[in-house]
Write a protein that binds this ligand. Structure first.
Ligand code: RB5
Length: 143
């Protein structure tokens, strides 16, 4: 199950992501927002981050205008590793190396074609499982 969230800046791109998920037969839970009226991105990033951190959803996709506010917010939640990606190399690397569990994107940064390729890369790349990467991920949670 993939958790989806956006603010008004990300609403239209989220609809494109939903079309992609439907085409691929992937299940999702949409945490809003549900239109282009101005809203506050933390109100949507937090429920998605908690759904992923609590194990209700396997991964999340968050979209705002830049992807920055929504990723900053998500990364405040323990257990979340949200990666702001604007290219496929980063989307692949953050799965392989960081086992990122949330993809953040900026709808005002990316065109829909590239955004969907980034989503596809993120969802289809497994964590490498390499010990050095697992060790570094464990250290993220240490104080
Ligand atoms: C909303 O105008 C915009 O600030 C928001 O979508 C996001 O870019 C914040 O980081």
């Amino acid at each position: 199950m993939i958790a989806l969230g956006c603010d008004h800046g990300g609403y239209e791109l989220k609809q494109e992501v939903i079309e992609y998920l439907k085409k691929k037969g992937l299940e999702y839970k949409d945490f809003g927002c549900f239109g282009t009226e101005a809203v506050d991105y933390p109100d949507y990033a937090k429920p998605v981050a908690h759904a992923v951190a609590d194990g209700e959803c396997d991964k999340g996709i968050l979209i705002c205008g830049t992807g920055i506010g929504i990723s900053i917010t998500a990364n405040k939640i323990r257990g979340v590793r949200a990666a702001l990606c604007s290219d496929c190399f980063s989307a692949e690397a953050t799965r392989l190396h960081n086992d990122a569990n949330i993809l953040a994107m900026g709808a005002r940064v990316l065109g829909p074609g590239l955004a969907i390729k980034i989503v596809d890369t993120f969802l289809n790349t497994p964590f490498s499982g390499d010990e050095r990467h697992a060790r570094r991920i464990r250290k993220i949670e240490e104080d």
